[in-house]
Design a protein around this ligand. Structure first.
Ligand code: FAD
Length: 287
């Protein structure tokens, strides 16, 4: 909920150009939709790893002054004939249950966005945060860990990396955690697999899939990590390895527990993580 002490950010108008399903689920709860939005501001500039804010219209009796939610830019923005940037975002429709009352709760912003049609107008702010800077050293190793919609910033990150540094020779390891096999679909554009950007020798993607087909179940990171534990530890020891993480908050605890196991204790991992953060070799976009 937006806090009363927060001031409403300045917004600018935008228009939905397309809203299509990337992951269809029978009851639509948990579906992921891809929205292409025209920013009606030619001077709007954003980069991979940044997010835009959307203000959801509220009824007069709402118990919050405004409802602002952020969405990662999932593609390098293209400019249309009017010179306006077109930004792609991926939105998961949040439908959840109140733990105490069992009442169904529909996320305000995600349902608002998922229900918009081409031509609808919306209020946008931002962008914020350059979560994942591309290291200057083109031989650096990049370990990218994304869960669910956390894949979105890595889509644009990898495309930018390839565009700005066609000579990139460092290893790129993408771990993508999904709750259902279907989630894998929104990692890629329909005709554009991320792997095409890299030689197989340097780029590899691993999937952590949860066995039950329910989007709300936890992601099975353990297997993906335990199979590659030794490689991960070796890479982490290199001074030019960068680890970037994106997704919903539980990912932080999962990774702490997995890296704790790999290093032998939670304490060892805490110390290692602190050092990586201090050296700017660990960055998180956790929401
Ligand atoms: C920097 C940043 C980038 C983000 N990028 C993306 C993105 O690319 N795509 C995307 O879909 N979201 C992204 N998010 C999350 C997004 O901003 C919203 O939090 C999300 O869409 C829910 O907002 P809402 O208004 O629909 O739900 P709210 O009205 O805020 O919440 C309704 C209820 O749902 C619960 N809830 C909220 N999110 C979830 C969830 N994921 N799973 C289960 N329960 C939940 C809340 O605890 C609450 O009980 C990002 C967040 C940040 C901070």
């Amino acid at each position: 909920m937006s806090k009363a002490s927060e001031s409403k950010p300045e917004t600018f108008p935008a228009k939905v150009l397309a809203n299509k399903p990337r992951i269809k689920l029978a009851d639509r709860a948990g579906e992921v939709r891809e929205l292409i939005i025209e920013m009606e501001r030619p001077d709007f500039h954003c980069e991979a790893g940044q997010s835009i804010g959307i203000l959801t219209p509220l009824p007069a009796d709402a118990d919050e002054p405004f409802h602002l939610r952020w969405y990662s830019i999932a593609d390098i923005p293209a400019r249309d004939d009017r010179g306006n940037p077109n930004v792609t975002i991926m939105v998961r429709r949040i439908v959840t249950q109140d733990q105490m009352t069992g009442e169904t709760i529909r996320g305000l912003s995600s349902n608002y966005l998922c229900d918009l049609a081409a031509g609808d107008r919306l209020e946008v702010t931002g962008p914020i945060g350059l979560a994942f800077p591309i290291p200057e050293d083109t031989t650096a190793t990049l370990i990218l860990i994304g869960a669910g919609t956390g894949i979105a910033p890595f889509r644009s990150f990898i495309k930018t990396l390839r565009r700005k540094h066609p000579d990139w020779s460092g290893l790129v390891r993408l771990f993508y955690g999904t709750r259902t096999g279907l989630d894998v679909l929104y990692m890629n554009d329909p005709n554009e697999d991320l792997q095409q950007y890299f030689d197989q020798e340097t780029f590899d993607a691993f999937r952590a899939l949860s066995p039950p087909p329910n989007w709300a179940d936890p992601i099975a990171w353990d297997m993906a990590f335990s199979e590659r534990g030794n490689e991960l530890l070796e890479l982490m020891d290199k001074p030019n390895t960068y680890i970037y993480v994106a997704g919903r908050e539980p990912i932080r605890d999962h990774l702490d527990s997995l890296f704790g196991k790999l290093l032998g204790s939670a304490n060892q991992w805490n110390l290692r993580k602190q050092a990586l953060v201090a050296e700017k070799r660990w960055a998180e976009l956790v929401y």
